[in-house]
Write a protein that binds this ligand. Sequence first.
Ligand SMILES: Nc1ncnc2c1ncn2[C@@H]1O[C@H](COP(=O)(O)OP(=O)(O)OP(=O)(O)O)[C@@H](O)[C@H]1O
Length: 323
Amino acid sequence: MKAPGLAVRDLTVVLGRGRHAAHVVRGVSWSVEAGRTLGVVGESGSGKSMTVLAAAGLVPPSATVTGSALLGGEDLLKLSERELRGIRGRRLGFVFQEPMTSLNPLLTVERQMTEGIEEHLGATRRAARSRARELLDSVGIPDPDRRLDAYPHQLSGGMRQRVMIAIALSCSPDVLIADEPTTALDVTTQAQILDIVRERQERTGMAVVWISHDLAVVGGLADDVVVMYGGHVVEQAPAGTLHGAPVHPYTRGLLGARPVLGKRRDQLTAIPGTPPDPRALPPGCVFFDRCPVKEDPRCETEVPELLEVGTRHYARTFCPEGR
Ligand SMILES: Nc1ncnc2c1ncn2[C@@H]1O[C@H](COP(=O)(O)OP(=O)(O)OP(=O)(O)O)[C@@H](O)[C@H]1O
């Protein structure tokens, strides 16, 4: 049977209440099928992480979440915490940017890896250790037996991230959620980690949601890309379309800010200004303050809808460019 993908539908996350409520995810819909990769890009604070955390029931207690998050036919938002615990780590694997915050510094690599394998797959301690050894080997960790007995601080950053990936893959999840997993790593380790995920995906048909602030990284590995800004999806398209024919002024800005050969990152022209405060969103287009176009009288007063602008291509703007 084909493994199920993940779909979020009209997902909204509000943190806090009343006048100070922060609207951090606003009616977000996307889906990723088995064997496919969805890239989610946007600047820091655009709501990328909160969307997937909400889908997995990992939001702060002050959060109100509405909409749905379907894993196969099952709406994760309707499940109890206990049911979700059985799904996280087993059917949904997570890898975060900084493994030091996700790994427990007091437990050996072995313990952190075998816990989930024992709990979710019902393996014995011995079988779990053997599986953990295989997994470390499969993510390119040399001398896995020695690493199993190590504590996280005894490993390099790249190795810790490989351990995180091994843990995320340990129960063969239907969906891997990779939240900026390679941002802190050198380019060679980044490429190796992308390869590990891709190879696993080809073998098992796992769906992948790859979150990044870097459109160039995501463009190279995703089938489809969602661009988020101020809690909204502002553009969504197959990766090739998004790179070749972006229409939202924000996406066009992001692509302009992409590093090019021979240019250092700090020489790039970033989009001037800062993203909106989710506690005080503008009444019109969420990108209004920073938009170099804003030529439609509605830009300042009306929130544009996400409309179809091409084949499987959607944009939320009154000022589509480059068409
Ligand atoms: N635990 C929290 N408590 C309060 N506010 C939060 C919490 N986590 C995130 N936020 C806020 O929610 C908004 C969306 O954050 P989110 O982490 O989803 O953004 P992001 O696009 O993933 O950014 P980054 O790339 O920095 O992770 C931001 O304004 C952030 O400040």
